[in-house]
Design a protein around this ligand. Structure first.
Ligand SMILES: Nc1ncnc2c1ncn2[C@@H]1O[C@H](COP(=O)(O)OP(=O)(O)O)[C@@H](O)[C@H]1O
Ligand SMILES: [Mg+2]
Length: 460
């Protein structure tokens, strides 16, 4: 309680509360917090101060640095990119930008930016950072050591440069999806589950901590193909402005074949560097299935490593949300379903009538149509997947286009056009249900597949 640091901090907090517009005071408080590794709080102090002094460079730099230390690199980047785009960017901004780029594995851009920084202010040169960038002046010959760092940097050979490092650092493409929950039709229960289970804990971390509620674990979606699992995962990232990493499990297996467990670790690290970030494992069953195929040591090893990354044993997964999808949950090893892993398993059924109407509306948005009888269409498309419904609309559009080209008269799409398209398409979910039905009837451990039986209206 009487920790002298804490006493000093309390005094500073008090001072800032009394003089919220004092930039130097806020900066001092935030820097003290940063020294105590309390980067999130420092960021808050800077945000509050920026509220009083929008656009203040010193505060923006402080905020960017706090984000960087809190490992919220994309937030830091958002600020720095604006600062370095200015006409005469401050050297500190260039240096900080270089550090963030390096943190994201973009070594080459980091080097360029670092070079600009010390060109602008040679005093900023940082030997420790240089060696992180692979620029070891000490080990160079006398001749090159005498050159200024900036001119040395010009000699970096683009092609020969540390390619290995760059490949390792960015294993998958980080997307920033723009679609949101509203762009996905239906799936009301799944959306709600995602909100409660993983979005709220991310947005209200302090609240969860206050109640001692442990956060963690992911959501596994299963169901027939084409019903929006992948789309919803992407929309989850869009919904909260998070990054999105989509990982096909076959990619993970390739890594195993390539004997490169380091890559698997780097993938998780990439997500952690970019928090908040949604990591989506598609066809996750492939991993479970392979586990029984290759019971022997190394396959098991990979899966165990995967699971421990998921558990965040060595590094914490705060701000990283895990979603997974499978069409074949019965192949998935039960180890995945333990608490803290994919402990929430959700059936994603084909869209119900209401959802079908929504999906039709979404698919028709922006297209020339007459007033469409959506209820009638929904009634004729029982068991259609979301993908089936989109292809109904595509078919109608194509027919209409052909006509328009022939006659030179563009006409709006009608309910009749869509009804004929429905007749030429068929529901694709039947096949999946015929397999699922057997699993649900004969290996329904703990009632895991009850939702499938309910959907098929089989009594249990
Ligand atoms: N609920 C939905 N709302 C809107 N479009 C959907 C929906 N479900 C599926 N679609 C359409 O079908 C396509 C395939 O869906 P996808 O998310 O890949 O299905 P899954 O991952 O379940 O196999 C989507 O890109 C989208 O065009
Ligand atoms: Mg999918």
């Amino acid at each position: 309680m009487n920790d002298p640091n804490q006493v000093a901090l309390d005094a500073l907090l008090q001072a800032v509360r009394l003089a919220p517009e004092n930039i130097a005071l806020a900066d001092h408080l935030a820097k003290t917090l940063l020294q105590m590794s309390r980067a999130e709080e420092a960021a808050q102090v800077y945000r509050d101060a920026l509220h009083h002094h929008p656009g203040n460079t010193q505060l923006q730099l402080g905020l960017a640095d706090s984000y960087r230390r809190a490992n919220r690199l994309s937030h830091a980047l958002a600020i720095l990119e604006t600062l370095v785009a200015e006409k005469n960017p401050p050297a500190e901004a260039l240096l900080l930008h270089a550090r963030v780029l390096h943190g994201q594995g973009e070594t080459r851009s980091a080097i360029n930016q670092y070079k600009d920084a010390i060109d602008a202010d040679p005093d900023l040169s940082d030997p420790a950072f240089e060696s992180l960038l692979g620029l070891n002046f000490e080990s160079e010959s006398d001749e090159s050591a005498q050159r200024t760092p900036a001119s040395w940097l010009e000699d970096v050979d683009e092609s020969g440069f540390d390619q290995q490092d760059i490949d390792d650092e960015s294993f998958a493409d980080l997307e920033t999806p723009s679609i949101k929950f509203d762009d996905v039709g239906g799936m009301t229960d799944v959306k709600e589950d995602i909100r409660v289970k993983i979005i709220y804990p991310l947005q209200h971390a302090e609240m969860f901590a206050a109640y001692g509620k442990k956060v963690g674990g992911g959501i596994l979606m299963y169901g027939p193909p084409g019903c929006g699992k992948t789309m919803l995962a992407r929309a989850t990232a869009g919904e909260i402005d998070a990054g999105f990493l989509s990982v096909g499990i076959s990619d993970v297996l390739d890594m195993w074949v390539g004997n490169s467990e380091k890559n698997l670790h780097n993938l998780f690290q990439q997500a952690r560097r970019n928090r908040p970030c949604v990591v989506f494992f598609d066809e996750v069953d492939a991993l479970g299935a392979s586990r029984s195929d290759m019971r022997r040591s190394s396959g098991r090893h990979l899966i165990n490593q995967f699971l421990s990354e998921l558990d965040g044993v060595e590094t914490d997964n705060d701000g990283v949300l895990f979603l997974a999808a499978t069409n074949a949950p019965w192949h998935l090893d039960s180890a995945f379903r333990r608490p803290g892993r994919f402990d929430r398993i959700i059936f994603v059924p084909p869209p119900d009538a209401e959802a079908r109407i929504e999906i039709f509306k979404l698919a028709l948005a922006g297209k020339p149509t007459e007033k469409i009888n959506l209820e009638k269409l929904a009634a004729k498309t029982v068991d259609f997947s979301g993908a089936d419904l989109s292809s109904v609309v595509d078919t109608a559009v194509e027919t209409k286009l052909k006509e328009a080209v022939k006659t030179g008269l563009p006409k709006p799409i009608t309910t009749g056009d869509l009804m004929s398209a429905v007749k030429s398409c068929r529901a694709s979910t039947g096949e999946w249900f015929s397999t699922a039905r057997n699993h649900a009837l004969y290996s329904n451990e703990g009632g895991a597949y009850d939702p499938i039986l309910d959907y098929l209206k089989i009594k249990r």
